[in-house]
Design a protein. Sequence first.
Length: 361
Amino acid sequence: METRVHNFNPGPAALPLPVLKTVQAELLNFQGTGMSILEISHRSSAFIKVVDDTVAKVKRLMKLPENMHVIFLQGGASLQFAMVPMNLLKAGEYADYINTGTWSTNAIKEAKILTPNIRVIASSEDREFRYIPKDIRLNADAAYVYLTSNNTIKGTQWSSFPNTGGIPLVADMSSDILSRPFDPAPFGLIFAGAQKNLGPAGVTLVIVRKDMLERIPATLPKIFSYKTHVDQNSSYNTPPCFAIYVVQLFLKWLEEEVGGVEPMARVNDQKAALLYGLMDRTDFYRPTADKDSRSKMNVTFRLRTEDLEKKFLAEAKAAGLEGLPGHRSVGGCRASIYNAVPMESVKALADFMEKFARANG
Ligand SMILES: *Cc1c(COP(=O)(O)O)cnc(C)c1O
């Protein structure tokens, strides 16, 4: 216990301590089966219960309407960059994308391999993705409008979603799923790799609205079709059993110990306000995102010089604050303060930042 650090890793990321303890306690004998969850069939009633309960928890926590399916897939969020256009775009149709950073850039590239009918209707690339675009010109003929709700690398986040007037929204919510409440009704599809805000690596949560399934081309190989996985309750082939089980425990923690998404959002607001507030009071730390576009999950910032950043990161690590370097493509610093990162870790970081600024200011 004494050896655990304050974990600000961007992903895979911190998990709640009670979740890890339950995994540890149940590992040798999963719920009286005499076997670990790693050793039982995905067709066993014990595991089917895990899937059903995890689906039910997602539906409850996110207040999903009846017409939304919840499935668990492999291949990471990155597979969804390809699966979304493969499933939702019929021949001759167009899809509109909003480019707010590295992950949406990758999603656009993947979709363009399949069809030239991918339109980028808004982008913040002109200023290194430091902001969320405001003027979005929608096309009435778009099959869907794609966005990334939180930009893990650039540290920006949509504070509210654009009104698409009935065109289904498709969102990559890998780094802010279940961090705040929102109305799921306008979304045709939501996906999230679990390893940031939901659990371990190896499983991707996909929420897909019933009417979207009618769009799927008959020529699509079965393994790529959302309908296959909906019809087979995420067990068309062997699912990532262990990862789904950890997601179940994570959601149980969120529901029973945190109290749900609203209380989670209040804590997340406080955590982000502590760090941004501290940075706004001086110019020692410089947040990289525009004020109105700041992410409450990934707090990205620079210091005066790269040498000072190196010193900051080295001393932070020595003080038990892990995972603070920015993404290798952008440098600088990034504190990922996802759901599972407790307020006490953020307070420890804030204290360290105050002291470091006083000593080096
Ligand atoms: C991490 C991340 C991804 C990539 O996830 P993989 O599971 O590694 O494919 C995609 N989108 C966002 C927003 C992310 O944060």
